[in-house]
Design a protein around this ligand. Structure first.
Ligand code: TA6
Length: 318
């Protein structure tokens, strides 16, 4: 050893995270990275090539089952929120997933990408509260440019001939410098259900969405691309989604934040949830059927969009 030896680049590392929970780290050669806890199949960190964190993780996040992890990307399945008899947001986010070393083929075949495949199947206990057999395969991919892609394949493996129905969301918490300086583009003029008003239906008026109080809305029939512009950071997140028609936008603001035990009082200033989802029209799968959806996240300098805040310009850029 000459003291100058380069650190070995490990594209995939399986290690222990907080409280000894199993964690997978994906690394791209240029420096971007992703961390995934097997508890919840939960992405807790996504960093760009400069090592900047792009996802919000609560300063009071509790990494202890059965409490879901506050921040990152919780998976809401088989139920979004309280839209059914299960615990809020379903149970996938507080079950231990396994690494699937031999998943069925995942066309199209990817080469220069780092990824990990996870699998969740119901336990005997799960079957008592949701009597359906399923296989949920989650592929988490870090692209060469640092993009983060989550692909979900959910299959009905019931042997009793019964279909099942579910709702779903990638409950992504984005890290923002100051919520008051953020705008979301791509949802203006759309219909939404307002969770703060008994899920009554409204139509969004006017310009891009900005934030000055608590927001909890389910936007319906949304476009495949949504942008989050963070003026202070001069960063734009672009969410591209496939098969997920709805988009939830949530920020608890100050009062609600204080009621959430695993959220710091001021954390709401630095987070915004924009959640690619299937809620309004629940998904039904017959035995043997599979549902496949994905979300792809990228973070680009806002100057990339030529400093224009015109949603069409942001959303049309690829
Ligand atoms: O997705 C928005 C939402 O359903 C809000 O209504 C809010 O309660 C939030 O999710 C957090 O839910 P959680 O169960 O993680 O506390």
């Amino acid at each position: 050893m000459d003291g100058m030896s380069t650190i070995e680049h490990k594209p995939i590392e399986i290690t222990k995270g907080i409280n000894g929970l199993d964690k997978v780290i994906l690394r791209e050669i240029l420096g971007s990275s992703v961390e995934v806890y097997l508890y919840g199949g939960h992405v807790t960190s996504w960093k760009n090539e400069q090592g900047e964190e792009l996802l919000f993780l609560s300063s009071k996040a509790i990494f202890k089952p059965p409490k879901p992890i506050r921040g990152g990307i919780p998976i809401c399945f088989p139920q979004f929120s309280n839209l059914g008899s299960l615990e809020a947001h379903g149970f996938a986010r507080n079950r231990v997933w396994i690494i699937d070393n031999d998943p069925p083929p995942f066309p199209p075949n990817v080469t220069n990408r780092v990824y990990v495949d996870l699998l969740l199947k119901p336990t005997e206990e799960d079957l008592k509260i949701w009597p359906h057999s399923f296989e949920y395969r989650l592929r988490i991919t870090l692209g060469p440019g640092g993009d983060l892609m989550l692909t979900s394949r959910i299959r009905n493996t019931n042997t009793d001939g019964k279909p099942f129905t579910f709702t779903f969301a990638y409950h992504t918490y984005f890290s923002v410098s100051d919520i008051s300086e953020v705008r979301v583009e791509g949802l203006e003029t759309l219909d939404y259900l307002d969770n703060l008003k008994n899920r009554e239906r409204y139509t969004e008026q006017g310009d891009a969405i900005t934030f000055e109080s608590e927001v909890d809305k389910i936007y319906l029939s949304t476009p495949t691309k949504i942008a989050i512009l963070d003026h202070e950071k001069k960063r734009t997140f672009v969410i591209r989604k496939d098969g997920l028609p709805d988009a939830v936008v949530w920020n608890p603001w100050d009062k609600k934040a204080k009621t959430i035990v695993d959220l710091g009082d001021d954390d709401y200033k630095h987070m915004l949830c924009v959640e690619a989802a299937a809620i309004e029209k629940p998904i039904t799968l017959k035995p043997g059927e599979e549902w496949k959806v994905r979300q792809e996240l990228s973070a680009v300098p806002s100057s990339y969009c030529s400093g224009q805040l015109d949603p069409n310009k942001v959303l049309q850029s690829s």
